[in-house]
Design a protein around this ligand. Structure first.
Ligand code: FAD
Length: 390
């Protein structure tokens, strides 16, 4: 492994560490199911060193028509709660205008940092080595020759591009272009001094698009500022909330991946122009719209909080790129968007399968760059109404 940073300290340190097997397309379901199988096995083998929970995901909507959810309901793994009384009893935190809830059972969270540290130990125990340095150029002769700043240059028969937001930069060193963009998404963690969120509340997501509840005066002020007028328009669905730090903690995490403008990734994310100082207020307003107990925080915001973010490195269809690059001997694990922690185990195993030439699962080809040759699949993915982005 070559990395100028401590492993897991860049995008992976920003992850919400949530996992789910609920996706609009069966390929992504099979891929994340395989990863959760591995996580279950590792949790068992390590005495759960990475604190895996299984509280499920709660997807809430005010829509009457939930036919879009039918594939998940038919698969038999999830429960749609349509009865209002049952809904209020089971999910009392949700706003009264929520009409339907889908409960994804195979979902929860992990400690990605603990899992990463454990994996690094396994790598070292098997003779793997971490070289602290940055790959700045790659030449190809019989073997790859890597220029590494901060360390000795390295030769290799096989390389794997797993550079996160910088994967396109590594690809460019091989004269290749990766069809990915980096979109900066933000989170807030805050001390819930009002105890607004029950410690056993599952990861909860508001699926509906929404407008934020401004007073007429606020609305007029925002509209008058061209940089802020967007806050009065309809924002996408996906506002999410969960307790952080276990049953005895009192922190809560909120997120909302509403940004869709690509960034050039910064070495230090503190310098990211898309980092939005209003985000803590925006996400609090968005979350209070489906969890009313958060409303007091709109007037009196939390005093202790942390606002952070990182890049979703994404293909247009929001599927990863895992497998061979065009250059012989070069492979990639890239474009892990907002699902890289939950899918890491399957992604690593899949790439190892490509490198070693062992039998591959059915989802291998669609998740490699060869999917772009499948015109029908790409047409389907490009026209999909949901890309599973949270
Ligand atoms: C705000 C946010 C919330 C998220 N929430 C979730 C979630 O709830 N669940 C989930 O599953 N996923 C989530 N994700 C996604 C997940 O965090 C990422 O998909 C995952 O961390 C990507 O891991 P990575 O190893 O590909 O990238 P990174 O963690 O960025 O690692 C890439 C590494 O490559 C190194 N590198 C780059 N260039 C070079 C070079 N030239 N030479 C050597 N090394 C180099 C970097 O230093 C870095 O350490 C979230 C992401 C964000 C931003």
């Amino acid at each position: 492994m070559i990395d100028p940073r401590q492993p897991m300290s860049y995008t992976s340190a920003q992850s919400g560490d949530n996992y789910r097997n609920w996706w609009p397309h069966p390929v992504m379901t099979a891929f994340t199911d395989a990863s959760i199988d591995e996580l279950d096995r590792l949790a068992h083998d390590t005495d759960d060193v990475f604190n895996m929970t299984r509280g499920g995901y709660v997807l809430a909507t005010r829509r009457d028509d939930i036919t879009g959810f039918e594939p998940a309901i038919q698969s038999g793994i999830d429960v749609a709660i349509l009865d209002r009384t049952a809904l209020r009893q089971k999910f009392p935190a949700l706003s009264k205008d929520i009409r339907h809830v889908i409960h994804i059972r195979r979902g929860g969270d992990i400690s990605g940092q603990q899992l990463g540290a454990w994996m690094l130990d396994q790598i070292r125990a098997r003779g793997g080595r971490l070289v602290r340095g940055e790959v700045t150029a790659i030449a190809r002769d019989e073997r790859f020759m890597l220029d590494v700043s901060g360390a000795n240059d390295i030769t290799a028969d096989t390389i794997v591009n797993a550079a996160g937001p910088f994967a396109p930069r590594i690809a460019a060193m091989l004269d290749e272009v990766l069809p990915v963009q980096n979109i900066f998404e933000q989170k807030v963690a805050f001390e819930d001094r009002l105890r607004a969120i029950a410690r056993d509340m599952p990861f909860s997501i508001d699926l509906d698009e929404k407008r934020l509840g401004w007073t007429p005066e606020e609305q007029a002020l925002l509209n008058a500022d061209p940089n802020l007028a967007w806050l009065t328009r309809t924002l996408p669905g996906g506002t999410h909330c969960r307790p952080e730090g276990g049953p005895h903690g009192n922190w809560v995490k909120l997120g909302w991946a509403y940004n869709d403008i690509p960034s050039v990734p910064q070495e230090d994310m503190v310098n990211e122009p898309a980092s939005d100082p209003q985000f803590p207020e925006i996400v609090m307003r968005g979350a209070a719209a489906f969890i009313p107990a958060l409303e007091p925080y709109i007037e009196t915001p939390p005093t202790r909080y942390s606002h952070y973010g990182g890049y979703y490195t994404m293909t247009e269809e929001n599927w990863p790129l895992i497998g061979p690059m065009q250059t012989d001997g070069a492979f990639m694990v890239a474009a892990l968007s907002g699902f890289g922690s939950m899918s890491a185990c399957a992604a690593g195993k899949l790439c190892a399968g490509w490198v070693c030439g062992t039998p591959l699962p059915d989802y291998a080809r669609p998740l490699s760059s060869s999917r772009y040759d499948d015109v029908e699949l790409m047409r389907q993915l490009r026209s999909a109404t949901s890309k599973g982005l949270l």
